[in-house]
Design a protein around this ligand. Structure first.
Ligand SMILES: *Cc1c(COP(=O)(O)O)cnc(C)c1O
Length: 412
């Protein structure tokens, strides 16, 4: 999408607005499958939590992708989008046995990440095959909130507990059909990833009835030019070789699965916001937009740095700005950013707004969540309406009458 397209969409649907480019999602999907073209059975399960609009799920489904889900609600969204239950893997953390049983009844692939649930589930449902999430205790880089493979992590069953897993499997007679790992959200170093993969292969040898090995995700995408990104082509070449060797020694053609979220949708997303006020203070120039961390929380939550462009004045002189939101507490999108000169009313574009942006949006300050648009074959399709006051009060119950009566009684 170019500047002209984005401005046209903003003027048609208003701001703030999320826009997703279907072509970019498609090209990322194709890039990943191409990198692993020499794996006879490859499965990409898109991580729904990154961006869960049903139209996005349908688009990915049409490309051949399955879904990776972390809640029963995501499973149900996937089914609503027309995904087959067997193309959905469910990888929850810390959920109840009841929810896992409900998802199993829907027909999705269960992935279990703790021994307690494994034992209970296996005892009650020995005939439902499960995948096991291993924690290989390998640190993948990035923010500590999103790095999940380390020793203190709550995710997965420790690789050192493999004997206990085997004991449960044997005692319950359950079947383990997959082994999974997901080490975190930033693979910078392919060698580290391959090292973790070796640990997974070692673990997998213990299970005689596998159908797949799931290597999770953690593909890093660039946020600005010059950023390091995961070299999926190099990873594809190296991991394919090791995976195919493993299958040979295992004696069966297994499926290699991945579950990328960010890789597939991050760069496809644009967040558009309008500048309400340009405020010069003694120390900086603030550009205040008609949005805040209620709509895009990643800068405040993770210190994420989204590139910001002024679509309305792309050739203007560059100046330094602090771009801030309208939430009534510190709400900074970016500090000391060089941006083409901003005038009130200009439309700013936040890049990499496809993953973990809308799905983390809230109604804080009683603001409406933004609308979403899918840009498909040169046309804009509204895929979610902007909220209205009705949405804010929908589930509220007005008890004003009893409250007033109570006040009268105490006032006496
Ligand atoms: C969040 C998550 C993913 C997706 O991670 P990305 O960094 O967005 O690719 C994949 N698998 C599991 C289990 C997750 O929790």
């Amino acid at each position: 999408m170019n500047t002209k397209d984005l401005l046209a969409v903003a003027s048609e649907f208003g701001s703030p607005l999320y826009v997703y480019d279907a072509e970019k999602i498609t090209s990322q999907y194709n890039r990943l499958t191409k990198a692993f073209k020499n794996v006879p059975q490859l499965r990409i399960n898109y991580a729904v939590k990154a961006l869960s609009n049903i139209s996005i799920l349908k688009l990915l489904n049409s490309l051949g992708s399955g879904l990776d889900t972390v809640s029963i609600q995501e499973v149900k969204l996937g089914l609503l989008a027309g995904c087959k239950p067997e193309d959905i893997i469910y990888t929850p953390n810390g959920v109840s046995l009841e929810e896992i049983e409900e998802v199993a009844a829907l027909g999705a692939q269960i992935n279990i990440d703790n021994l307690s649930i494994l034992e209970q589930f296996g005892s009650k449902h020995p005939n439902i095959p499960v995948c096991i999430r291993i924690n290989p205790h390998v640190m993948a880089g990035g923010n500590s909130n999103i790095s999940v493979g380390h020793i203190d992590s709550k995710f997965g069953i420790s690789i050192h507990q493999t004997p206990h897993i085997l004991r449960i499997v044997e005692n319950t007679g359950m079947r383990v059909n997959g082994i999974h790992m997901h080490t975190g959200s930033d693979i910078l170093d392919i060698e580290v990833f391959l090292y973790a993969a070796e640990i997974l292969f070692e673990a997998a040898k213990n299970f005689k009835d596998l159908d797949f090995l799931d290597f999770g995700s953690g593909f890093k995408v660039p946020y600005k030019s010059g950023d390091i990104e995961t070299n999926v082509e190099e990873l594809g070449e190296k991991l394919t070789k090791r995976f195919n060797e493993f299958c040979k020694s295992y004696g069966k053609e297994l499926t290699l699965a991945f579950e990328p979220g960010k890789f597939l949708v991050s760069e496809a997303g644009y967040f558009l916001a309008k500048v309400n006020v340009v405020k010069q203070t003694t120390s900086t120039v603030f550009a205040g937009v008609d949005s805040g961390f209620n709509h895009l929380i990643r800068p405040m939550l993770y210190g994420a740095s989204h590139q910001i462009e002024n679509l309305s004045n792309p050739k203007g002189r560059e100046r330094f700005y602090s771009v801030v939101g309208y939430i009534c507490e510190t709400d900074t999108f970016a500090s000391n950013r060089r941006i083409n000169e901003i005038t009130e009313g200009d439309i700013l574009c936040f890049k990499n707004a496809g993953a973990y942006c809308f799905t983390m949006a809230s109604n804080y300050n009683s603001r409406f969540r933004p609308a979403e648009v899918l840009w498909y074959k040169g046309q804009a399709h509204l895929i979610r309406q902007r909220e209205t006051l009705d949405d804010l009060v929908r589930n509220q119950i007005d008890v004003s009458i009893p409250l007033q009566q109570k006040e009268k009684v105490t006032a006496k």
